[in-house]
Design a protein around this ligand. Sequence first.
Ligand SMILES: NC(=O)C1=CN([C@@H]2O[C@H](COP(=O)(O)OP(=O)(O)OC[C@H]3O[C@@H](n4cnc5c(N)ncnc54)[C@H](OP(=O)(O)O)[C@@H]3O)[C@@H](O)[C@H]2O)C=CC1
Ligand SMILES: CC(=O)N[C@@H](CCC(=O)OP(=O)(O)O)C(=O)O
Length: 345
Amino acid sequence: MIKVGVIGATGYTGVELIRILARHPEVEIVGVTSNNYAGAEYSDLYPSLKGYFDLKCEELHTEELIKKSDVIFSALPNGHAHQLANEVVAKHKKLIDLSADFRFDDLSVYEKWYGPVPSLDDRIKRVYGLPEIHRLDLKGANVVGNPGCYPTSVILGLAPALRCGLIKPEGIIIDSKSGVSGAGHSPTLNNLYAECNESIKAYGVARHRHTPEIEQELSYLAGSDIKVTFTPHLVPMTRGILSTIYCDLKDGFTIQSVRETYREFYSKEFFVKVLGDGQYPRTKDTYGSNNCHIGLAYDEHTGKLIIISAIDNLVKGASGQAVQNMNSLFGLPEDTGLDFPAIYP
Ligand SMILES: NC(=O)C1=CN([C@@H]2O[C@H](COP(=O)(O)OP(=O)(O)OC[C@H]3O[C@@H](n4cnc5c(N)ncnc54)[C@H](OP(=O)(O)O)[C@@H]3O)[C@@H](O)[C@H]2O)C=CC1
Ligand SMILES: CC(=O)N[C@@H](CCC(=O)OP(=O)(O)O)C(=O)O
C-alpha cells in the first residue's frame, strides 16, 4: 500500500483528494492536516465521508507526516510548497503539489506572476504533471507540479493540433468558463451567492496568471514560442470548466482529418474522449469524473478550427489528476482508483 499524507486537506481540492484516495485500492491515508480544524474529526467537517474516512485532522508537523508517508499531497495556496519540497526530497519521499509552485520550467516566470522562490534543494526533480503529455518525465520525478484547472482543459484541447502541426501557431484565442469552486472555499465578496448567481463575468482579462502556464506547455508541444489570448469567466455553477478555443486551420486539413488525428493522438488515453461530428462537450458529462471531453468543428466561413473541451476543475483539473500522477509515480495503471464516470444528471 502507498502511504499518503495530505496537507491542506480541508479545502475544496483537499476534500476531493480524500474522496478519491479513501476508496483507492492501493492507498492508505496516514495523516491529514489543517490549520483551522486541527483535532477535528474529518468526517464531522465533511459528513459525506462518514464511514469512508474517519481520521482526525492533525496540526501541520511536516517532519512527522513526511516520515510516515511515501508521498505527500499539498493542497495549500500558492507559495507554500517550495520549502515543503526541500523537506520531502531530503527524506527521499515524493511530493505532489496542487498549487502553481512547481508548474514552471523557468523560475523567473513564476516569480514574475506569483512571487519570490526560496533556494531549492538540488535533489528536486520536478515535472509538470499532465500525464498525457509528460508521462515519460514522471518516471524520474520526485516533485510533481500539478497543472492548473484552466491550463488542463486548454492544453489537452490543443495538444494534438499543435504537436501534429494542424493549426497556425499564432492568433489562438481561448474563452474559458469556470464554476465557483475554482476559487477555493475561502469566502470572498465575489464568491457570495448573490454576486455570482444569475450572472456571468469575465475576470483577469489580459492578465490571468494561467496565461504563462498555458503558453509554456503549448510552446513545448509546438516546438516554437506560442502566445495566446486567454479570457476566463466565472459562471453560476459549482464545478466544471468549459474552454472554447479558436484557431486557424492550416491549408490541406479537413475537419475529418483533424478528428482522426485527435482520435489517434488520444487513442491510448483512458481519460480523454474525442466526441463525434456535431457533438459538443458539456460540463455535466464530466462532473465528478477525471475525464476530459473534446469536441471539434470547422467554421468554413472564417477558416477557424473551433475546439471545445470540458473537465471537472476539482477532478481532472486538480485532485483526480494529482492521483493519476501518483499512480504513474508508483508504477500503477493510471486509472487505478479513478475509473468512475461522471455523476449524471
Ligand atoms: N479549486 C480548484 O478548482 C483548483 C485549485 N488549485 C490549487 O489547489 C490549491 C488548493 O486549492 P483549494 O482547495 O481550492 O483551496 P481552498 O481555499 O479551498 O483550501 C486551501 C486549504 O489550505 C489551507 N490553508 C490556507 N492557508 C493556509 C496557510 N497559510 N497555511 C496552512 N494552510 C493553509 C486551508 O486549510 P485550513 O483552513 O484547514 O487551515 C484550506 O483548507 C491552491 O493552490 C489552488 O490554487 C488547482 C487547481 C484547481
Ligand atoms: C474561478 C476561479 O477563481 N478560478 C481560479 C483558478 C484556480 C486554479 O487552478 O488556480 P491556481 O493556478 O492558483 O492553482 C482563478 O481564476 O484563480
